[in-house]
Design a protein around this ligand. Structure first.
Ligand code: AMP
Ligand code: MG
Length: 519
């Protein structure tokens, strides 16, 4: 690489480190991170990289094509100025306090500074850390393809997210029991380099509070505010009010994130508090999925199949529950619950308002219409209906046409469900919709709708097809999808086949409709 990256490692320079540099599994005390280097890999190869993200951190196309890029972002070589480390956090997993978790397979390389800001570079799957517990610190190709593509897809959909710089194969195999059913098998290993200004999670605050390390909790919170929320600082010193304002802003960002997820039909799958970004970004792409037929009860995560805690329709409520845990984490600094409760109430209001505006936009209406929306949501669940296709078809539907029901056919999955009753219900709703359009007389309905209703999302089965190829050494689909998903709202007629609804074979195939946390 010709370009010399400038590092300013404020996290490691400001916050307390564990005194030991040994890579042994342990509980940390009075420390936020442990120094640990990536484990070298035998034969790294590049699967794909996001040129835009390279540019964001100051690298050129030539840099990204260089042998050094491959060595650095597979974990084999460190650049001058990098300070590899893993951070310590806790979290509530599926509603239960889990104690220390930490970066078990993520290693932060360092913070690059550019004119646009500062960027923490983080390898995922680069070997064990003190937080790996009983696991290996590695990642497999299938989950890495999913993380790499979905991070970039979300960014271009306008959803706050961590970014992905690169996806490398390691040339080594990793053993995984994909469905946790006693069938371990070897899979190709991979490493993704993720990029965000900060990878701080709710769980970082929670663990410090649980350990009653209040002085460190205060220093850490001050650090996060100074580094990531500088607009909250006035000339005065950081006070209780600053902490309350900080929490309030995290509530707002999280509410906005939930509105986006609901808009595009994204189901995170593992909304544990250790997977919640303090910046309100989507983080930790595991057994996530995209809604195909609109079903508020759907979750792709088989590990959560019984409770469905993290199902699509429950995500906004879980967001608030998680914020309540963060509030408990900040309580030692604020000492009264009232302002925190007030902020949690603010979350609910902000989400509600955001959701109403978003639903109005999805329908191309200047104003939200409660009844019309309620009726639509009932209609979408009355027969299996592809949410993404439905809204795109609706945008271009001629509402005066006799055959408008036929115009929506591509969105429906099961012919047997298209009864006269379903047709009548759909017609009735279209009448009501048309009526609202007359009343509200929106400008340019289709353009408004097509700007918020994507044509291309990373459908579960399409990601799986790209994975099948990548596991066989063919990376063209991964690269093609990366390109298509950069313009998710554009028609791109040559890629129409990537906008089609899930084929029947994918209904039950592992990886397409069922995913576990094994990755
Ligand atoms: P997740 O909910 O998948 O984000 O992970 C929960 C915790 O398990 C985090 O502390 C991860 O770092 C850790 N973890 C997940 N997979 C592995 C792995 N293969 N090796 C080590 N730690 C892991
Ligand atoms: Mg995680």
């Amino acid at each position: 690489m010709q370009t010399v990256l400038t590092f300013d490692n404020q996290f490691t320079n400001t916050l307390p480190a564990d005194p030991s540099d040994e890579n042994t599994r342990r509980q940390l005390k009075d420390a936020l991170y442990a120094r640990v280097s990536p484990t070298p890999v035998v034969a790294p190869y590049l699967v794909a990289h996001a040129a835009e993200v390279a540019k964001l951190i100051g690298l050129t196309d030539d840099d990204a094509a260089s042998p050094e890029f491959l060595q650095v972002f597979s974990g084999n070589h460190q650049l001058t100025g990098m300070e590899p480390h893993a951070t310590c956090y806790g979290g509530h997993q599926f509603g239960n306090w889990a104690g220390q978790l930490g970066d078990g397979r993520a290693i932060n390389l360092g913070e690059v500074v550019t004119e646009a800001g500062h960027w923490m570079l983080q390898l995922k799957g680069a070997g064990p850390t003190p937080f790996s517990r009983t696991a290996d610190g590695l990642a497999v190709m299938r989950s890495s393809v999913r993380e790499f593509l979905c991070s970039e897809a979300m960014y271009h959909l306008g959803v706050p997210t961590t970014r992905a710089l690169s996806l490398m194969g390691t040339g080594e195999n990793v053993v995984r029991d994909m469905l946790y059913d006693g069938h371990p098998a070897e899979e190709p290993g991979a490493v993704v380099c993720r990029v965000s200004s900060s990878f701080v999670r709710f769980g970082h605050f929670q663990l410090l509070a649980a350990r009653q390390e209040t002085k460190i909790l205060r220093d850490f919170t001050d650090f996060v505010i100074q580094r990531e929320f500088p607009h909250l600082l006035s000339s005065k010193e950081i006070s209780t009010t600053t902490y309350v304002n900080f929490f309030r802003e995290v509530c707002e960002r999280t509410a906005d994130l939930m509105v986006h997820w609901m808009r595009v039909g994204f189901v995170h799958g593992v909304m544990n508090t250790d997977n919640m970004s303090i910046l309100g970004e989507t983080i930790d792409y595991g057994p996530y999925g995209w809604l195909e037929d609109f079903d508020p009860d759907w979750t792709p995560n088989t590990t959560d199949a019984a409770q469905r805690r993290y199902r699509y329709g429950q995500q906004p409520a879980i967001g608030q529950w998680n914020l309540m845990q963060l509030a408990n984490g900040l309580l030692p600094l604020i000492e009264e619950t009232k302002p925190l409760e007030e902020a949690l109430g603010h979350y609910a209001k902000r989400y509600e308002q955001g959701w109403e505006q978003m639903m109005a936009d999805k329908l191309g209406l200047p104003q939200f219409d409660q009844l019309l929306t309620d009726q639509l949501l009932a209609l979408l669940t009355s027969a299996e209906t592809d949410m993404t296709i439905f809204y795109r078809k609706l945008a271009s539907l001629n509402l005066d046409s006799e055959s408008r029901y036929e115009g929506l056919q591509d969105a429906f999955y099961v012919t047997d469900q298209l009864t006269t009753e379903h047709q009548a219900q759909t017609e009735a709703w279209l009448d009501a919709y048309q009526n609202q359009i007359l009343v509200q007389s929106p400008n340019n309905r289709a353009a408004v709708m097509n700007a918020v209703n994507p044509k291309y999302v990373l459908r579960n089965y399409i990601a799986q097809l790209a994975i099948d190829d990548a596991e066989n050494g063919d990376f063209s689909k991964v690269q093609e999808l990366l390109q298509i998903l950069r313009q998710p709202y554009a028609e791109q007629p040559e890629y129409e086949h990537y906008a089609e609804k899930r084929p029947e074979w994918a209904r039950t195939r592992v990886g397409c409709s069922m995913l576990s946390c094994s990755s």
